[in-house]
Design a protein around this ligand. Structure first.
Ligand code: ATP
Ligand code: MG
Length: 158
Protein backbone atom coordinates (compact mmCIF):
# COMPACT_ATOMS: atom_id res chain seq x y z
CA UNK A 1 0.00 0.00 0.00
CA UNK A 2 1.06 3.60 -0.53
CA UNK A 3 0.96 5.67 2.64
CA UNK A 4 1.61 9.27 3.64
CA UNK A 5 4.56 8.63 5.90
CA UNK A 6 4.52 12.20 7.26
CA UNK A 7 0.99 11.90 8.58
CA UNK A 8 1.65 8.41 9.95
CA UNK A 9 4.81 9.33 11.82
CA UNK A 10 3.51 12.65 13.08
CA UNK A 11 0.33 11.15 14.52
CA UNK A 12 2.20 8.20 16.03
CA UNK A 13 4.72 10.55 17.64
CA UNK A 14 1.99 12.88 18.93
CA UNK A 15 0.16 9.97 20.58
CA UNK A 16 3.27 9.19 22.65
CA UNK A 17 3.61 12.81 23.86
CA UNK A 18 1.30 12.36 26.84
CA UNK A 19 3.30 9.46 28.28
CA UNK A 20 6.54 11.38 27.80
CA UNK A 21 5.22 14.48 29.51
CA UNK A 22 4.24 12.36 32.51
CA UNK A 23 7.87 11.27 32.62
CA UNK A 24 8.98 14.92 32.70
CA UNK A 25 10.27 14.89 29.14
CA UNK A 26 9.84 17.33 26.28
CA UNK A 27 8.91 15.99 22.84
CA UNK A 28 9.65 17.97 19.71
CA UNK A 29 8.53 16.83 16.27
CA UNK A 30 9.69 18.43 13.04
CA UNK A 31 7.89 17.13 9.97
CA UNK A 32 7.59 18.21 6.33
CA UNK A 33 4.60 20.44 5.53
CA UNK A 34 3.62 18.31 2.54
CA UNK A 35 2.65 14.62 2.36
CA UNK A 36 5.34 12.13 1.31
CA UNK A 37 4.20 8.88 -0.31
CA UNK A 38 6.02 5.69 0.64
CA UNK A 39 5.16 2.10 -0.24
CA UNK A 40 4.95 0.49 3.17
CA UNK A 41 2.81 -1.34 5.68
CA UNK A 42 1.48 1.49 7.85
CA UNK A 43 0.94 -0.61 11.00
CA UNK A 44 4.48 -1.90 10.87
CA UNK A 45 6.08 1.49 10.25
CA UNK A 46 4.02 2.87 13.14
CA UNK A 47 5.43 0.02 15.24
CA UNK A 48 8.99 1.04 14.31
CA UNK A 49 8.26 4.58 15.46
CA UNK A 50 6.57 3.41 18.68
CA UNK A 51 9.48 1.13 19.62
CA UNK A 52 12.10 3.83 18.99
CA UNK A 53 10.21 6.56 20.84
CA UNK A 54 9.36 4.16 23.70
CA UNK A 55 13.08 3.47 24.11
CA UNK A 56 13.90 7.17 24.02
CA UNK A 57 11.31 7.74 26.76
CA UNK A 58 12.53 4.79 28.85
CA UNK A 59 16.21 5.61 28.65
CA UNK A 60 16.02 9.37 29.11
CA UNK A 61 15.96 10.84 32.61
CA UNK A 62 13.48 13.53 33.66
CA UNK A 63 14.12 16.94 32.15
CA UNK A 64 15.39 15.43 28.90
CA UNK A 65 14.24 16.03 25.37
CA UNK A 66 13.19 13.70 22.58
CA UNK A 67 13.15 15.02 19.06
CA UNK A 68 11.96 13.36 15.89
CA UNK A 69 12.19 14.59 12.34
CA UNK A 70 12.17 13.45 8.74
CA UNK A 71 14.44 14.23 5.81
CA UNK A 72 13.18 13.58 2.31
CA UNK A 73 15.53 12.35 -0.41
CA UNK A 74 14.78 11.70 -4.08
CA UNK A 75 14.04 8.00 -3.62
CA UNK A 76 14.00 7.50 0.14
CA UNK A 77 13.16 9.13 3.47
CA UNK A 78 15.29 9.25 6.62
CA UNK A 79 13.65 9.49 10.03
CA UNK A 80 15.48 10.42 13.22
CA UNK A 81 14.49 9.73 16.82
CA UNK A 82 16.97 11.48 19.07
CA UNK A 83 17.16 11.71 22.84
CA UNK A 84 19.27 13.34 25.53
CA UNK A 85 19.29 10.15 27.60
CA UNK A 86 21.80 7.74 29.11
CA UNK A 87 23.39 6.77 25.80
CA UNK A 88 24.84 3.44 24.72
CA UNK A 89 28.45 2.29 25.18
CA UNK A 90 30.26 1.82 21.84
CA UNK A 91 30.89 -1.88 22.49
CA UNK A 92 27.13 -2.55 22.74
CA UNK A 93 26.03 -0.72 19.58
CA UNK A 94 26.61 -3.69 17.26
CA UNK A 95 24.51 -6.05 19.40
CA UNK A 96 21.53 -3.76 20.10
CA UNK A 97 19.40 -5.29 17.37
CA UNK A 98 19.83 -8.87 18.54
CA UNK A 99 16.82 -10.45 20.17
CA UNK A 100 16.84 -10.20 23.98
CA UNK A 101 19.99 -8.07 24.01
CA UNK A 102 19.93 -5.39 26.71
CA UNK A 103 22.78 -3.12 27.73
CA UNK A 104 23.91 -3.68 31.33
CA UNK A 105 20.67 -5.07 32.79
CA UNK A 106 21.43 -3.52 36.17
CA UNK A 107 21.31 0.06 34.93
CA UNK A 108 17.66 -0.09 33.98
CA UNK A 109 16.18 -2.88 36.05
CA UNK A 110 13.01 -0.85 36.52
CA UNK A 111 12.20 -0.58 32.82
CA UNK A 112 11.54 -4.34 32.70
CA UNK A 113 11.87 -4.64 28.94
CA UNK A 114 12.47 -7.90 27.15
CA UNK A 115 15.06 -6.74 24.65
CA UNK A 116 12.85 -7.37 21.64
CA UNK A 117 11.90 -3.83 20.61
CA UNK A 118 14.91 -3.13 18.40
CA UNK A 119 15.00 -6.66 16.96
CA UNK A 120 11.43 -6.06 15.75
CA UNK A 121 12.42 -2.64 14.37
CA UNK A 122 15.26 -4.16 12.39
CA UNK A 123 13.10 -7.02 11.10
CA UNK A 124 10.38 -4.62 9.87
CA UNK A 125 12.89 -2.29 8.21
CA UNK A 126 14.65 -5.17 6.45
CA UNK A 127 11.30 -6.36 5.11
CA UNK A 128 10.90 -2.86 3.63
CA UNK A 129 14.46 -2.74 2.22
CA UNK A 130 15.25 -0.08 4.79
CA UNK A 131 18.20 0.42 7.11
CA UNK A 132 18.85 1.74 10.61
CA UNK A 133 21.87 3.41 12.18
CA UNK A 134 22.67 4.58 15.69
CA UNK A 135 24.90 7.31 16.97
CA UNK A 136 25.25 7.49 20.70
CA UNK A 137 27.39 8.84 23.47
CA UNK A 138 27.19 7.61 27.05
CA UNK A 139 25.69 10.26 29.30
CA UNK A 140 24.73 12.49 26.36
CA UNK A 141 22.13 10.66 24.33
CA UNK A 142 21.32 8.62 21.26
CA UNK A 143 20.21 9.29 17.71
CA UNK A 144 18.50 6.43 15.86
CA UNK A 145 18.06 7.10 12.12
CA UNK A 146 16.17 4.80 9.80
CA UNK A 147 15.67 4.99 6.06
CA UNK A 148 12.84 3.72 3.90
CA UNK A 149 12.81 3.60 0.11
CA UNK A 150 9.81 5.39 -1.40
CA UNK A 151 9.23 2.51 -3.83
CA UNK A 152 9.44 -1.19 -3.11
CA UNK A 153 10.92 -3.56 -5.67
CA UNK A 154 8.62 -6.29 -4.33
CA UNK A 155 5.15 -6.29 -6.00
CA UNK A 156 3.56 -7.44 -2.74
CA UNK A 157 3.65 -3.84 -1.55
CA UNK A 158 2.14 -2.14 -4.60
P1 ATP B 1 11.60 -4.05 24.97
O1 ATP B 1 11.73 -2.98 23.93
O2 ATP B 1 11.49 -5.43 24.37
O3 ATP B 1 10.56 -3.77 25.97
P2 ATP B 1 14.23 -3.18 25.62
O4 ATP B 1 13.85 -1.74 25.48
O5 ATP B 1 15.21 -3.53 26.68
O6 ATP B 1 12.96 -4.09 25.81
P3 ATP B 1 15.20 -2.96 22.91
O7 ATP B 1 14.18 -1.94 22.60
O8 ATP B 1 15.46 -4.02 21.89
O9 ATP B 1 14.85 -3.73 24.26
O10 ATP B 1 16.57 -2.24 23.23
C1 ATP B 1 17.73 -3.03 23.55
C2 ATP B 1 18.60 -2.31 24.53
O11 ATP B 1 19.21 -1.19 23.87
C3 ATP B 1 17.89 -1.72 25.72
O12 ATP B 1 17.76 -2.65 26.75
C4 ATP B 1 18.82 -0.59 26.11
O13 ATP B 1 19.88 -1.09 26.89
C5 ATP B 1 19.39 -0.14 24.79
N1 ATP B 1 18.70 1.05 24.22
C6 ATP B 1 17.75 1.06 23.27
N2 ATP B 1 17.35 2.31 22.97
C7 ATP B 1 18.08 3.13 23.77
C8 ATP B 1 18.14 4.55 23.95
N3 ATP B 1 17.36 5.38 23.22
N4 ATP B 1 19.02 5.04 24.86
C9 ATP B 1 19.82 4.19 25.58
N5 ATP B 1 19.81 2.85 25.46
C10 ATP B 1 18.95 2.31 24.57
MG1 MG C 1 12.60 -1.19 23.90
Amino acid sequence: ETIDVVQLLRSTFDKLCHQAEQNGLTLVGNWPEHPVSVEADSDRIAQVMINLVANAITYTPKGGEISAWMEEGDDHVTVHVKDTGIGIPPQDIDRLFERFYRVDKARHRRSGGTGLGLAIVKHILEAHHGTIQVQSEVGKGSDFAFTLPKKQPDPMFS
